[in-house]
Design a protein around this ligand. Sequence first.
Ligand code: IPE
Ligand code: IPE
Ligand code: MG
Length: 266
Amino acid sequence: MILGKIIDNNKNLSEKIDKQKLPEHVAIIMDGNGRWATKKGLPRSFGHKQGVGVLKEIIKSSKKLGCKILTVYAFSTENWTRPTKEVDFLINLFSEVLEREIDEIHQESIKIKFIGDLVPFPESLKKIINSSETLTKNNKAFLLNVCVNYGGRQEIVNVAKDIALKSFSGEIKPCEVNEEFFNSALLTKGIKDPELLIRTSGEKRISNFLLWQLAYSEIYISDVMWPDFNELEFLKAIIDYQSRNRRFGGIESLPNESFEDSQCNS
Ligand code: IPE
Ligand code: IPE
Ligand code: MG
């Protein structure tokens, strides 16, 4: 009965979505795991575990809807400041989940890519990450980017270092440094910028996520904690996105009206 209602609700919302105006790339700050668990009197680790199932659901929903890329924030460069026990739990969880899910990810023709500095992670995790990326590298149906030990500022600093070195060695001239060059040196090179950023748990900040790439993304804040997020909430975010007027610094184009006309009318 309840399940039937959920399916109906999701179907009703899906029908409101304009398939021609879908965001191709959605980025998500999956936040609120710890608070969700604490509120239930459970250890924070329960929230992280619960969050994995939600991620699976959102990958399926976004792929089914017709989105092409999903980029999720799983561990920030600042998350190392958490208690060692929580950091270790998360690192183990990444290994465990990846090992368990990689076959299904591959069967679904999903390409998985990890974005961030993998160096500080244990060899065992690095090995699973490398083999998962290799296994899925030719998959075409969907791209899943998982940001781990990722920080937007660090990414930009690394690009600046790269440019400084290439300029010093004479490989490039300072006048050749432009947005295109910068894009090609980012960890996200070749991936279009997200049209939509979703952050759960009601926090209204970017927390060092994709600082360059989010320059013109639409931002949707959901008050729902990540472990309670689901397909319905995702569809709500897409519908909200479709109601936005993306101007990119320009003005809304009004049919048959020139700049002079609009000045006269005001
Ligand atoms: C997001 O949930 C997951 C990670 C940052 C790894 P949090 O762990 O930040 O949960 P809250 O925000 O403390 O509730
Ligand atoms: C952002 O959430 C990082 C991830 C979701 C991985 P945080 O919980 O770390 O961010 P703050 O501390 O609320 O800014
Ligand atoms: Mg948080």
